[in-house]
Design a protein around this ligand. Structure first.
Ligand SMILES: O=C(O)CCC(=O)C(=O)O
Ligand SMILES: [Fe+2]
Ligand SMILES: [Zn+2]
Length: 655
């Protein structure tokens, strides 16, 4: 009958004639694909592929293997039997699928012959790929075995991290995805994003707190409303312990999970105190995309946050100072971040198209994640992980009242206050070897100044530190270095054989008047905490300099990439214990939480480092010149900006 010989071309089926044409093309492609496979595996063709039906199939040439290709192919192949994933071999244009039954693989192969199963929605993709029965399991293939990417598990064994599987339904997931796709995506380098509530500022890794850019999606969409309510319920299991840390006492079903917590009656409920999430970042990754290792900044966001995964599995890699762990996030699962998992482990989605999960290679598809966070009302974090804590690491404003230690009299033009003692002199003494190891390269403009000194000059480096400038001037220039730090002057002497260095305070130099042809003061005067002391220090530079001599001063600038809230700041120094000889074998270290930056150093157990805070007065533009104007007999020859410093070259015109 004509109708069977020549099936009518319908809108949604492909004709036999068309199939034949495609088939011819595909046979050529198949041959190419198989030779690529043989090359990659370095095996005989007959050891790899089978002419007889098996339950395993290679699939060659399916587009570029991106998310859309994957999705269409999966949908097509699922018509014939259950398959979980189509692993692709990274860098090669073939993948692998496996059915429970041989017949199911056969059905797929037949579908390509008669076009019966090829809906037009598959047509574009399926007509470009070809299949062949396989003799080997893909995990028995050399290519698979030699592929190196880390194995991930579903096991979450990091303190404070929890996963709730099947947190949203398939329908909710689909609806959420569709709604998000109806909104505008923002393109980033390696993914797309959307922000709700407050805006997340990349670079600063902070949040713009001034106003909300838009409502949270639960205000606009029913599915998000349902998800939101469920997230709130998950949060309700958290209570504050006496250290104000969030502890998950009940899981999302209300089952008690922390037995050591005897009574929650006396504990404040986290959710009651903190409330709902008010910032949402949606990330959209296609296979091959990811997010670099980071910790969600401590200070802008409350301790607990959650990330909901949609649509595709992907591995999240967690890194602490000691360990790396890989956890596969299932679609529709919710990961809760709190405690150490939130504060002390970097997390990332590595940029890959595949993950190896429990030994199986899984191709990623498009993945959407929703990270819900809550802005802190008081944006200061006091966690137990200072190494990763921006609050405890950033320079902190110095309390005006504390500039002078209690009960201290500041002797204005004679000696320094408590601030210099504790936060400059003592700190540099401690950090000297470590500090010195990081300061070895002379800045070119300082070097240039020193090289320009005429033969026979005597130069003084006031605050010479590790002496990196003591050997910069010409051979026939004598450089003498002074520093308040005994340890730094010793290092300076070791580094510069034959040089003269000695310990003294820049406010009272133990040097006669008018001895030097030139004097340099690099990164010193910003360590004095009052204007009077800073003038006193410059006066000393002038005093020891000859009339007609040159003085070079560098001070740290307020105006620089690093943002300072105020001009008087404590800047942290992480002293790794390997540099801290004095602390060796000493177990007890003064641990001071929260207010550590004012009182004492903080022991950071995670990286075996101690954090010290150095006092700085950062100079605003013109401020250095203003100080100099208050001193007679100094002529400003040049003012400039160099390496985040304000700099001047002065000439002494009269004594
Ligand atoms: O995609 C994810 O699950 C993680 C997203 C994330 O880490 C973030 O937005 O900070
Ligand atoms: Fe994150
Ligand atoms: Zn913190």
């Amino acid at each position: 009958m004509e109708a069977t010989q020549q099936p009518e071309e319908t809108k949604d089926k492909v004709s036999k004639k068309e199939m034949k044409r495609i088939q011819k093309k595909l046979n050529r492609k198949l041959a190419q694909g198989i030779s690529a496979l043989v090359r990659a595996e370095k095996k005989e063709k007959d050891d790899l592929i089978s002419e007889e039906p098996t339950n395993k199939l290679f699939v060659f040439h399916f587009g570029n293997g991106d998310e859309e290709d994957q999705r269409v192919l999966m949908e097509y192949c699922k018509q014939f039997g259950p398959i979980e994933t189509i692993p692709l071999f990274p860098g090669l244009n073939y993948g692998f699928l496996e059915y429970p039954e041989v017949q199911q693989a056969k059905d797929l192969m037949n579908s390509l012959q008669d076009g019966k199963f090829i809906d037009l929605k598959f047509y574009d993709k399926i007509r470009t790929c070809c299949f062949q029965y396989s003799k080997v399991e893909y995990d028995q293939m050399d290519k698979f075995k030699s592929m190196e990417f880390p194995n991930s598990t579903y096991k979450v064994d990091i303190d404070g991290l929890y996963v709730i599987e099947d947190f949203v339904s398939e329908e909710e997931s689909q609806a959420a995805k569709e709604w998000l796709d109806s909104q505008e995506w923002i393109k980033l380098m390696n993914r797309r994003v959307q922000h709700f509530g407050y805006e997340f500022v990349y670079g600063a890794n902070d949040v713009n707190k001034t106003d909300k850019i838009r409502d949270m999606p639960d205000q606009e969409n029913e599915t998000f409303k349902a998800i939101n309510d469920r997230i709130n319920d998950a949060l309700k299991g958290f209570y504050f312990n006496s250290e104000k840390e969030a502890v998950r006492v009940f899981d999302h079903n209300g089952t008690k999970i922390k037995e050591e917590v005897k009574s929650v009656d006396s504990m404040d409920n986290y959710f009651d105190e903190i409330g709902e999430f008010d910032q949402l970042t949606v990330n959209d990754y296609i296979p091959g995309q990811g997010i670099p290792p980071h910790i969600d900044t401590h200070s802008p966001f409350e301790e607990v946050f959650v990330a909901l995964s949609l649509n595709s599995e992907a591995t999240m890699t967690f890194k602490s100072a000691e360990e790396t762990k890989h956890i596969s996030l299932k679609p529709r699962s919710l990961m809760i971040f709190s405690g150490e998992g939130r504060y002390n482990w970097l997390h990332s989605i590595p940029t890959r198209k595949f993950d190896k999960v429990n030994g199986l290679i899984k191709s990623r598809r498009r993945r959407i994640s929703l990270t819900y966070r809550k802005l802190r009302s008081n944006p200061v974090c006091a966690c137990r992980w200072p190494r990763m804590c921006d609050s405890q690491n950033k320079e902190v404003a110095v309390d005006e009242n504390k500039l002078v230690g209690e009960g201290d009299e500041v002797k204005l033009d004679a000696s320094s206050s408590n601030i210099e003692q504790k936060h400059v002199y003592d700190v540099y003494e401690k950090i000297a070897p470590h500090f010195s190891n990081t300061r070895y390269k002379p800045w070119p403009k300082v070097q240039e100044f020193l090289e320009s000194l005429p033969d026979g000059s005597i130069n003084c480096d006031v605050g010479c530190g590790n002496g990196k400038y003591l050997s910069c001037a010409g051979k026939n220039v004598l450089s003498i270095g002074t520093d308040r730090s005994f340890n730094l002057t010793s290092i300076a002497r070791e580094r510069n054989q034959g040089s003269q260095t000695f310990v003294c305070n820049s406010l009272n130099l133990a040097l006669r008047d008018q001895v030097f042809d030139s004097v340099i003061s690099i990164a010193v005067i910003h360590h004095f905490s009052t204007k009077e002391l800073r003038i006193q220090a410059i006066n000393e530079l002038k005093r020891i300099c000859k009339v007609g001599g040159k003085i070079l001063i560098y001070v740290w600038a307020f105006e620089q990439e690093r943002k300072f809230a105020t001009q008087d700041v404590f800047v942290p120094w992480h002293l790794y214990n390997k540099y801290d000889k004095q602390e060796e074998g000493k177990k007890e270290v003064n641990i001071e939480k929260n207010t550590g930056f004012i009182e004492t150093a903080i022991e950071d157990e995670t990286k075996k480092a101690t954090i010290y805070h150095r006092y700085y007065h950062v100079f605003k533009k013109g401020e250095l010149e203003e100080l100099i104007d208050q001193i007679n007999g100094l002529d400003i020859k040049k003012s400039y900006y160099d390496h985040a410093n304000w700099c001047v070259i002065l000439e002494k015109t009269e004594h």
